[in-house]
Design a protein around this ligand. Structure first.
Ligand code: 7RM
Length: 635
């Protein structure tokens, strides 16, 4: 059915128009023809953005794991579902077939039930990128328990906050994890967190690094012996389409992380449909997303979307730099990867290493490249296109959020002509709007504004766990009857979208609105620059002035800094205009990043504004140590 697989640009427009003229009919057709429902819906959609309340496929019954596992057992029983690539390249990769995955999920489902987990209970999963992580997610879904995966790089206090916020009854973890040449004591972190979590009755522990850990009598259980005893089939719990599937925390601009709650039916339909089209997925492909399952990208595009399509999805335990910077390309060659989906921060880190690591490897199986997580700068886009895609593989720059559940603005490969740094066009069924500061929609092209979505799509988060008011305030109060994304975007002369960054990153200098991303693009064009972040700081005359934090490529670290400053500002003047020149340029050894690789501009803003006493929590950073050195050398 052509609606399910868009192959041409004209077809995109045709299907898009259909999807916005009659959204309910459109999604009903997709849902009807491509999924297994225990019972069909009574109503496709009911919504009210003022409450806000959104329901898709009300009255329908399903279990997402029957769609991800059981229905493939006829035709794909021995096909690899999960291809596990361990941290250590000398350890063999593990090919887990659909049949084996089904069995492993059913066994764990039985263990969860035996440990007292019921439909609707919350289970916190704190695991590294090993098969048990995907199996745990699916086992929860199988019994109707709500999983809350916490990225296994978060600290004990961050973990405790997340466990308590959703009253998780159980934690699934491992003795430890590998990360490049290091090991991390995960169980120790869980033990520390649980001192503050009185509601957790049991902890299941997978063995990964064979470390010597303490097991608390009556609370902690090794996973493997329980699985060995468990029955290998489990009749999936029948869920309502609107029953919760999972909670996933995302940090807000202030305060507590927000537990975004996603539901079963709509999330399944949208992640499966986007996966198929955004990656041009075909039956024998080997798809690899380098994200961690601890983030939404991993939930939607390592686990649920690929498995719902019967795909082979690669799960990589390690890091791009171990044993050396050729590891990604080594894996692409070894497993003949056809789709590769990663983040701009990874692309920049790899580009910094030059092309020698890439050239050693055969990347000819690649067909589609993806990027996600932050705006991709022009230089990184071209490096990716030339060196990885060899100018043959389209780059899908996919804009979306934890809150949206699935990809929202993206090219469709081999269909939408791409344009560097542009996420291009709304996906099927997505109705974006750009809004001005008075709350009016900005019509026409070559305009810039706040990015909102006018109409519900199946995988929008339904609430913030335990705080519906905050859900309403954060997403539905800035503009009437709109979902507000928190991002700014511009629409070019043909209607393509470019995400300019969080709106709090827009800086008004002498009355001119400047997005940080295009200035960073200009800076990054300089051959000595590895990475940059630009923030505003208060200025007497201009209102705001610009502060640039710049890391240099290793080969340029010894260059005269005043000359570099002049050259960089000249580049900005050339590309944007003198108004965008940086007032201060600080060369730094690194930039503070979140664990998902986003530059923490909030911290840089505080340093630039001389408010280092108000830095807030920096403990969840990937590299908290760079903060002090930036402060020490601040201008
Ligand atoms: C998937 C994910 C969401 C925020 C979002 C944006 C930024 C994500 C892109 C992007 C420019 C992109 N979820 N963002 N993708 N900006 N181009 N292709 O990252 O909840 O962790 O982050 O990430 O600001 O609002 S997230």
């Amino acid at each position: 059915m052509s609606n399910y697989h868009i192959k041409q640009f004209e077809e995109y427009y045709h299907v898009y128009r259909k999807s916005v003229r009659a959204p309910e009919q459109f999604w009903e057709e997709i849902a009807e023809e491509h999924f297994y429902w225990r019972k069909k819906w009574e109503k496709v959609l009911s919504w009210d953005f003022t409450k806000p309340e959104i329901k898709w496929f009300e009255g329908a019954k399903l279990n997402i794991t029957e769609n991800c596992l059981d229905r493939h057992l006829h035709s794909r029983a021995n096909k690899t579902a999960i291809l596990f690539e361990p941290n250590n390249p000398d350890e063999p990769a593990e090919h887990i077939s659909y049949k084996q995955l089904h069995e492993r999920v059913c066994k764990l489902a039985n263990v969860l039930k035996e440990k007292g987990i019921e439909k609707g209970d919350r289970v916190c999963i704190y695991l590294p990128m090993i098969p048990e992580l995907a199996v745990s997610v699916l086992a929860c879904a199988r019994i109707g328990a709500i999983h809350s995966v916490v990225f296994a790089g978060f600290s004990a206090s961050a973990l405790a906050t997340r466990i308590n916020d959703c009253d998780a009854k159980m934690v699934i973890t491992s003795d430890g994890s590998y990360r490049g040449a290091k090991t991390i004591d995960l169980k120790g972190i869980v033990d520390e967190a649980l001192d503050d979590c009185k509601g957790v009755a049991s902890v299941l522990v997978a063995k990964r690094i064979n470390s010597d850990i303490t097991m608390k009598e009556g609370r902690d259980f090794w996973l493997q012996p329980l699985l060995d005893e468990a029955y290998n089939d489990y009749t999936a719990e029948v869920m309502d389409a609107e029953d919760p599937l999972f909670i996933l925390y995302t940090s807000g601009s202030t305060g507590m992380p927000k537990g975004m709650m996603h539901t079963c039916g709509g999330y399944m339909v949208y992640t499966a449909y986007t996966f198929k089209n955004v990656f041009d997925y075909r039956e024998d492909d080997v798809y690899w997303c380098t994200a961690d399952i601890g983030w939404i990208t991993g939930h939607s595009y390592i686990v649920y979307g690929p498995l719902a399509n019967g795909a082979t999805t690669v799960m990589f335990e390690g890091v791009p730099s171990y044993p050396d910077f050729s590891r990604f390309w080594d894996i692409v060659e070894k497993h003949k990867v056809t789709q590769f989906y990663t983040a701009p921060t990874a692309i920049r880190a790899l580009a910094k290493q030059g092309t020698a690591f890439v050239e050693k490897h055969d990347l000819s199986t690649l067909k589609v490249l993806g990027t996600v997580g932050e705006p991709i700068n022009e230089e990184a886009w071209h490096w990716y296109n030339e060196n990885i895609g060899k100018k043959k593989s389209p780059i899908v720059d996919t804009w979306w959020q934890t809150e949206t559940g699935g990809i929202m603005i993206t090219p469709i490969p081999f269909s939408t002509p791409t344009k560097p740094t542009y996420a291009t066009l709304p996906f099927i069924g997505i109705q974006p709007a750009l809004m001005d500061e008075h709350g009016d929609e900005i019509q026409g092209n070559q305009v810039e504004g706040r990015l909102c979505i006018k109409y519900p799509w199946p995988s929008i988060a339904r609430t913030i766990w335990g705080n519906h008011q905050r859900y309403k305030d954060t997403y539905f109060s800035a503009f009437d009857n709109m979902y507000f994304t928190g991002d700014g975007a511009l629409r070019d002369e043909v209607g393509y979208y470019r995400i300019t960054g969080r709106v709090d990153d827009v800086i008004i200098v002498s009355g001119h609105n400047l997005g940080t991303a295009p200035i960073e693009d200009a800076v990054n064009e300089h051959q000595a620059v590895a990475e940059s972040a630009i923030v505003g700081f208060p200025h007497d005359v201009k209102g705001n002035a610009l502060y640039g934090y710049i890391t240099l490529k290793g080969s340029s670290e010894g260059r005269n800094q005043d000359n570099l400053r002049k050259e960089i500002n000249q580049l900005i003047t050339d590309r944007i205009g003198p108004i965008a020149k940086l007032d201060k340029i600080q060369f730094t050894a690194g930039l503070p990043k979140t664990r998902s690789g986003k530059i923490m501009r909030r911290i840089l803003r505080k340093i630039a504004s001389n408010e280092t006493d108000q830095l807030g929590d920096t403990s969840t950073l990937l590299n908290p140590e760079v903060v002090q050195s930036i402060i020490d050398n601040a201008l």
